[in-house]
Ligand binder design. Sequence first.
Ligand code: HEM
Ligand SMILES: *[C@@H]1O[C@H](CO)[C@@H](O)[C@H](O)[C@H]1NC(C)=O
Ligand SMILES: *[C@@H]1O[C@H](CO)[C@@H](O)[C@H](O)[C@H]1NC(C)=O
Ligand SMILES: *[C@@H]1O[C@H](CO)[C@@H](O)[C@H](O)[C@H]1NC(C)=O
Ligand SMILES: *[C@@H]1O[C@H](CO)[C@@H](O)[C@H](O)[C@H]1NC(C)=O
Ligand SMILES: *[C@@H]1O[C@H](CO)[C@@H](O)[C@H](O)[C@H]1NC(C)=O
Length: 593
Amino acid sequence: MREVCILTIWGFTLLLLKISSCTGDSNVVNPCCYFPCQHAGVCVRFDTDRFECDCTDTGFYGENCTTPEFWTRIRQMLKPRPSFLHFFLTHFHWFWKFVNSSFLRDTFMKLVLTARTHFIPSPPTFNSKYGYLNWESFYNLSYYTRLLPPVPEDCPLPMGTIGKPTLPNPKLLLPFFKRTKFRPDPQGTSVMFVFMAQHFTHQFFQTDFQSKRGFTKALGHGIDAGHIYGGDLRRQLHLRLFKDGKLKYQLINGDVYPPKLSEAPVHMLYPKHVPPEERLAIGHAQFGLLPGLTMYATLWLREHNRVCDVLKAEHPTWNDEQLFQTSRLIIIGEIICIVIEEYVQQLSGYLMKLKFDPEMLFDAQFQYSNRIALEFSLLYHWHPLVPDSFHIDGHEIPLSQFLFNTSTVWRFGIEKLVDGFSRQHAGQICGGYNSHESLLYVSEMVLNGSREARVQPFNQYRRRFGLKPYASFKEFTDSEEMAKGLEELYGDIEALEFYPGLLLEKPIPGAILGESMVEMGAPFSLKGVLSNPICSPHYWKPSTFGGETGFNIIKTATLKKLVCQNTKWCPYVDYHVPRNEEEAKPRQPPSEL
Ligand code: HEM
Ligand SMILES: *[C@@H]1O[C@H](CO)[C@@H](O)[C@H](O)[C@H]1NC(C)=O
Ligand SMILES: *[C@@H]1O[C@H](CO)[C@@H](O)[C@H](O)[C@H]1NC(C)=O
Ligand SMILES: *[C@@H]1O[C@H](CO)[C@@H](O)[C@H](O)[C@H]1NC(C)=O
Ligand SMILES: *[C@@H]1O[C@H](CO)[C@@H](O)[C@H](O)[C@H]1NC(C)=O
Ligand SMILES: *[C@@H]1O[C@H](CO)[C@@H](O)[C@H](O)[C@H]1NC(C)=O
C-alpha cells in the first residue's frame, strides 16, 4: 500500500513517495526492540505487536523472565557481588598465602573456572546475520558468534527504543579516549605484557573488515598458534623448513630470526618504504607492524625449533611431519600455561595463585569447543596500554619510529628488547583519557564497526553477565566532565554503546580494568583457553606430546624460560615492572659476548 504525503518545508514542496512509513502496520514497534527478556531469556516476535520470552534454563520465569525460581532466589542471596569478590581476591594476604600452598588452591581455581565459563554458550548461538538459532550460523565458521543478537533492523532508534535518533558522531567521543598525560597502570603491568596481549589475541581476532565485522579469517576460533604457523595450510607450508619439523629461519649477527620474505613468500603487510631485506615472513600477516610483535614471533619460532630438537633426540625415527605436528601441540600448551599462570595472573591482580590444570574440569560440565565472539574482539581493543615511547638500552624511541621498523629487533637483539619492555610501565586500560593520540583512529574504527554490526547497548551486556545495569552516567564514571558530556551525547545511560561503555568505565580502585571489562572479559578468555582440544581428556596425556618430556615442557612453561632458553643471556623478563631493588638492577651480557 502506498500513500503520498505532501510536505511543505520552508516554501519548498516535496513530493515524498513513502513506501512504508505512512502505512498503518509499520507504526507498530517490534516489541523485541524494548529488549524485554531479562536474564538471557530469548525474545520471539508473534503477530506484529506481541512477543514471548523463552526463559528456559535461565532460572527465571514470568512474562519477561524476571521472577526467580526458588533455587535461583537462594543462589542470589548467597552470591557475593563482583566488587566484593574482587576486593576479597586482592586483599587478605595471610589467607591467600595459605591458599597458595594448600589443596584449597585447586578448589578455588576450579570455582573460578566454572563460575566464569558458564556465561558462554557452547555450542555457540547468534551471529551478526542471525538473531535466532539456525544451522547456517552453527556450521559456517567464518562468522564470529555473538552473545546477544544484533539490535533488530526495524527498531525505531539505533539502540532500540531509547536514546537519540542518531548516535553521536564518533569524533565527539574521541576526546574522552584521548590521552592527556600518560597514566600508568596501578597494578604495575609492563610493556612486555602489552605486546603479549596484542600478539596472543591476534591469532583468534582477525576480523574481516570488508563485511561489517561479522566475519573472521581465523577459523581456529581459539588458541591454534595460527599466528606462528600461518592461518591455513598453504601459508604453513611456505613457513616450514621440512627438516626435523622446524620452521624456516635466518641468521643475523649469529642469532635466529624469522626468514626473509623472499625465502618464504607469504602475504605480509609492509608499507613501500620497508626495504626487502627488512621484510620478514611470519605466521600472521601484520606482525611486521611493531618490533614488539616481531620479538614475540622470533621467540616462538626459536622455541618451536628448540622443542623439535628435544623431541628428535628422544624419537630419532620420527619424520619431519610428526616432529612438526607434535611440537605445535607443545607450543599451544606452553601458550596456554603462560597465559593462565602469568598473563591472566598479572591482569587479574589476584593474590590467589592461578593454576593451569585441565584435569580440574574433567568431572565438570564443560564443552571442548569454542567460537570467538564479536563482542570479545571489540572488548579487547586495549590500545590505552600503549605508552608514548619505548625505552630500550638507554634510548627513547617514539611510537612513530617503531611502526614497521623490523630492523629494531636485530639492532638491539631480543635480550635488550625484552629487558627494556619488562622494565617499562604500560598504560591503564579503563577510565578513558589514556589513548595515544595517534591511536584514536582505532577507537573511531571500532565505534563505526560496532554500529554497523548493530551491537546492543552496554547495559544490556551488563545484564547478560549478571551485573547491575548502571542507573546514570555519574555512577558509570568518576569524571564529572565525562558524565556530563556522555549524558549530552547519548541522552540516556541505557543508550550508551558497548565499546565506550567498557573502555571509559571507571576502573576498579587500584586496578587496570573496570568491573565490566573483568566480568565480561574473563568468561570469554577462560572459556577460550580451556576449551582447547589439548585440554580434553583424550588429548591431555603424555603420548600426545611425545612422552613425559614434552608433557612436562607444557606443565612447567614460563615466560622466563621462553626467553632465557632461547637467548644468549637472561634479561629481566616479567609482565610486571621490577618489584624490588634486586629486580631493578641492570642486566648486562656476559663480557665474552
Ligand atoms: C601501536 C600499536 C597498535 C596499533 C598501531 C594498532 C592498530 C590497530 C588497528 C588499526 C586495528 C583495526 C581497528 C578495528 O578493529 O577497527 C586494530 C585492531 C585491534 N587491536 Fe590494535 N593496534 C596497536 C596495539 C594494540 C595492542 C597493544 C592491543 C592489545 C590487546 C591491540 C588489540 C587489538 C585488537 C584486539 C584488535 C581487533 C583485531 C581484530 O578484530 O581483527 N592493539 N589495532
Ligand atoms: C515486560 O516487558 C514489557 C516491555 O518492556 C513491559 O511493557 C511489561 O510491562 C513487562 N511485564 C512485566 C510483567 O514486567
Ligand atoms: C559463510 O557465509 C558467507 C556469507 O554468507 C559465505 O560467503 C561463505 O561462503 C560461507 N562459508 C561456508 C563455508 O559456507
Ligand atoms: C600467591 O601466588 C601468586 C602467584 O605466584 C602471587 O602473585 C601472590 O602474591 C601469592 N599470594 C600471596 C599472598 O603470597
Ligand atoms: C627505526 O628505528 C631507529 C631507532 O631504533 C631509528 O633511528 C630509525 O629512524 C627508525 N626508522 C624509521 C623508518 O622510522
Ligand atoms: C567512521 O565513519 C564516519 C561516517 O561514516 C566516516 O566519516 C569516518 O571516516 C569513519 N572513520 C574511520 C576511522 O573509519
